[in-house]
Design a protein around this ligand. Structure first.
Ligand SMILES: [Zn+2]
Length: 733
């Protein structure tokens, strides 16, 4: 789940005339009106963002853009959109769909133009000047967003139109747009009386304080939890590089000559897979799992109980049974129960598989202890990674040096990723060397439809560099919209190791999968065929957006595709069958554990966010134990991926009542792949069907309706379970 992410920037979503703003965003400090323009340096036609780029598809003029162009353009963009929104809100004419909703969709084009490029580069090509602009602009953009979402006159117009919607005879996409605007305002409290609005505001302010405190506690307890070792002899099993890193980490904290192991975010710590010393493993494990869960200055237990309670109370005020019900309403799952049902359907076989893995690991322990003439012991959570690694080496080992010569980036891209897109969607790609790029490593391709008509541009920025954030993602410089007459200009960013000059760029199979994944997001962007910018491309709910990308991963191992790209870069020979078999088998390694630890965390998230508003404050420790038991996922050797007291995603970040989304979309992806296989596989006909019902539709319909248009049946978990080897026999006693 760590592999790839969709672009994290909420700002990009919030600005593009869409009002995708979580209610938590209202917790920003009360905003004085932004008189930003006063301090602006001149914004003139010399600024490359002043007008739409004259290049094809409004491709950004990277040969002209300077860092100093961003701030004036961003500030002018906010001023311009505020004027546009005020004009809509204060319009003397009766509210109509055209003069209000469509006008809002047309607003903010300058701001969108500059922020798309600015936030793309702040992720992939940053520098101190860009970082400073980002910090300066964050509160201004947040105020700007609030000024739109809290505009009472604007909402009054939207409500008038919404109330007459039955008589308007709008086309389905327009009707969905109207509902979307109305729902988002209502979701943010637009229908509440002034007293309740004040209450919500107070809750948001309290939550903002608690989020900050939570994050600081996790940071501090994680730092304090770092384990110090005096004696190198205890580090048996670690590589020289690991030991050197531990020594340097100790030195950095003024403990010369010692070894320090800082904790990573997740419960499981990477060092546990190679550390032989069992007592030290236990010490590191306990340090990790007790973060912010002990009495003291960094204890998060009563804090999260309070957050859960406030969220429940706020949801009730807005008319919902609990926070999860409030959050899931506009998602594909719609109800917490639907998400829980899917998770428990996966959890059951995952528990069985984890127990089988535990049995295999116990065997390994018994065997190793016997060989060392030592008494055996019972598998504990701090032993799992170490012995699983022994099992992996014995049964699943993939030698990267053997595999990489078959995966040359350019061949994977053109003969794999593009090849599959051609078979399914009839797309062809032509590299363009004449369009400006922001880094010499970036490549640009023009995309053509089955009739040879040019439809979009696609940028690839594959290699790691210091100015780039970690991970892999997709986003756009320009969103497709018929209303605005725009075609898609999308990009993929990855962090593959750059080869030495003159050497071929060879990657692992994991990286190959990432290329297919990110390209799947890319297809969602470039095949978009919608009227309104709000619905363009990947602008879909959290529990839908990773569906096209995870679906596209499947083609990496599809035999026709694989044979077309996995060729030895020197000899052109295909990959030997036994190597291919090893790659496939390795995908099922430790899947019981990996799935279960994730599902436990996702169910914890759901349990915390289903607490009713009138429930008392919870005891965090016993709540967690009870929740895991309730859902049948309390396997002692497999702790949750995050425990409640350091589960940043659900308390501080944007995944509250949404951590299930990754599994949800993975299930959709495998069921969709099963549909293809049952209907003849990688054919143009199947591809066209997927394009017509999903890839071209963006967010124009309810996500569940999109799925039903494509599949004609509710998603089945079986294909997902099969892919991850979760259907094998349970452990023998
Ligand atoms: Zn993704």
């Amino acid at each position: 789940m760590s592999r790839a992410r969709f672009l994290p920037s909420l700002l990009t979503l919030a600005i593009a005339a869409s009002l995708t703003v979580s209610i938590d965003a209202l917790a920003a400090p009360a905003a004085a009106p932004a008189h930003a323009a006063a301090k602006t340096e001149a914004f003139t036609s010399a600024n490359p963002f002043y007008a739409p780029s004259p290049l094809e598809y409004q491709a950004p003029q990277f040969d002209k853009i300077k860092d100093s162009d961003y701030a004036p353009a961003l500030l002018a963009g906010m001023v311009q959109q505020r004027k546009e929104i005020d004009a809509i809100a204060n319009n003397k004419a009766m509210p109509t769909f055209q003069n209000t909703i469509v006008a809002m969709e047309r607003s903010g084009q300058l701001l969108t133009r500059v922020s798309k490029v600015f936030f793309a580069l702040s992720q992939s090509s940053s520098n101190p000047a860009i970082e400073k602009i980002e910090a300066d602009m964050a509160p201004k953009l947040s105020q700007h967003q609030d000024a739109i979402t809290l505009n009472g006159k604007l909402f009054a117009r939207i409500k008038t139109i919404y109330d007459q919607r039955a008589k308007l005879h709008l086309d389905p996409e327009s009707e969905h747009l109207l509902e979307k605007y109305y729902d988002q305002f209502v979701h943010n409290g637009a229908l509440l009386n002034d007293h309740d609005k004040q209450t919500i505001k107070g809750m948001n302010e309290r939550l903002a304080t608690l989020f900050t405190q939570f994050g600081q506690n996790v940071l501090a307890s994680t730092k304090d939890g770092a384990v110090v070792v005096d004696d190198k002899a205890q580090l048996d099993g670690l590589s020289d590089a690991d030991i050197a890193a531990a020594s340097a980490a100790a030195k950095a904290r003024g403990m010369d000559g010692k070894y320090l192991f800082p904790l990573q975010n997740t419960t499981t710590q990477p060092v546990l897979s190679s550390l032989k010393n069992r007592a030290l493993r236990e010490k590191i494990y306990r340090a990790s799992i007790m973060r912010s869960d002990v009495a003291g200055p960094h204890d998060n237990r009563s804090l999260i109980a309070e957050v859960a309670k406030i969220r429940a109370e706020r949801a009730k005020l807005l008319g919902y049974d609990n926070f999860a019900a409030y959050t899931l309403e506009d998602q594909m799952a719609k109800t917490p129960q639907a998400a829980i049902d899917l998770m428990t359907r996966v959890a059951k076989p995952a528990v069985a598989k984890a127990q089988a893995e535990a049995a295999r690991i116990q065997q390994q322990i018994d065997q190793d202890q016997a060989a060392a003439h030592q008494p055996t012991f019972k598998l504990e959570p701090w032993d799992w990674q170490y012995y699983a690694e022994q099992v992996r080496k014995a049964e699943y080992d993939l030698d990267e040096a053997q595999i990489k010569p078959y995966f040359k980036i350019d061949t994977v891209l053109q003969d794999g990723v593009f090849f599959a897109a051609n078979k399914m969607y009839g797309l062809t790609f032509k590299e363009r060397h004449d369009l400006p790029v922001y880094n010499p490593d970036v490549r640009v391709f023009e995309v053509f439809d089955p009739h040879g008509k040019s439809i979009a541009l696609f940028y690839f920025d594959y290699f790691a560099r210091d100015s780039k954030h970690g991970g892999a993602w997709m986003d756009s410089f320009v969103d497709q919209s018929k209303l605005l007459g725009q075609h898609a200009v999308v990009f993929n960013v990855c962090n593959f190791t750059k080869p030495a000059p003159g050497q071929p760029a060879l990657i692992s199979f994991d990286d190959v999968t990432t290329m297919f994944h990110e390209f799947g997001h890319g297809l969602h962007g470039l095949l978009s065929n919608v009227e309104y910018p709000m619905f363009s491309g990947a602008a879909t709910p959290r529990d839908f957006v990773e569906f096209p990308s995870q679906f596209n991963e499947n083609w990496a191992l599809e035999p026709t595709v694989f044979a077309n790209y996995a060729k030895n870069y020197q000899t052109g020979a295909p990959m030997p069958a036994e190597l291919v078999a090893k790659i496939k088998k390795s995908a099922t390694f430790n899947q019981g554990y990996d799935t279960l630890e994730y599902v436990e965390a996702a169910l914890l998230d759901m349990a915390w966010h289903q607490i009713p508003a009138d429930a008392p404050l919870q005891n965090a420790d016993s709540f967690e134990v009870d929740a895991l038991k309730k859902y049948g996922v309390d396997v002692p050797q497999v702790p949750p991926r995050y425990r409640s007291t350091y589960f940043q995603h659900i308390w501080g970040n944007g995944y509250a009542a949404g951590y299930y989304a990754y599994l949800w979309t993975a299930v959709l992806a495998q069921d969709a792949f099963a549909y293809f296989n049952a209907h003849g596989g990688m054919t143009r006909e199947n591809g066209q069907h997927f394009e017509d019902t999903v890839l071209s539709r963006g967010g124009t319909k309810d996500a569940h309706d999109l799925w039903m248009d494509f599949r004609g049946a509710e998603p089945s978990v079986e294909p997902y379970l099969q892919k991850h080897g979760l259907t094998s026999e349970p452990a023998k006693p």
